[in-house]
Design a protein. Structure first.
Length: 156
């Protein structure tokens, strides 16, 4: 083969490989952008409103005592309105809370989520999603007194 043919063939192969890499990187970038947008929607529509509902009843001196029936109804409404963003674990925990209230037959003075499972899942997921999209986490370090109310109680 002559030098011109080899040069043209080398250039064509280089252009082809460069285009493949460019295409692959563009697809990956678009997937990441879509994933981040989706996670931001989940934060805004599900976990941030749930965190606000939970924080309403947290008393500075007592911390987190559990979820009241009114809070349960608010959380259920948030989840029903945004069901496309809610994962199965959150649904399962919500139904567990509803069963607790039915079993105890107390609506006014009963606190559900005594084991803090719903709190830990919801706030943990909220924190993870915030970190994944580049927002500062809410529960970064266990020694931050401002968020101590959300930390699990030490078992003796």
């Amino acid at each position: 083969m002559n030098d011109v043919t080899i040069g043209v063939l080398t250039a064509a192969i280089t252009i082809f490989i460069t285009n493949l890499f460019s295409y692959w990187f563009a697809i990956k970038k678009e997937e990441k952008k879509t994933s981040i947008e989706y996670k931001i929607d989940i934060i805004k529509n599900v976990y941030a409103p749930i965190a606000k509902v939970i924080e309403k009843k947290v008393v500075a001196t007592d911390g987190y005592e559990g979820i009241t029936y009114d809070q349960l109804l608010e959380i259920e409404k948030i989840i029903e309105e945004n069901h496309e963003y809610v994962d199965a674990e959150l649904y399962s925990l919500l139904w567990g809370l509803k069963e607790d209230f039915i079993i105890h037959e107390q609506i006014d003075d009963y606190f559900g989520d005594e084991d803090r499972e719903f709190l830990e899942f919801a706030m943990g997921r909220y924190n993870d999603l915030r970190e994944n999209v580049g927002l500062p986490p809410i529960l970064k370090k266990r020694h931050q007194p401002r968020y101590k109310k959300f930390l699990p109680k030490k078992k003796k």
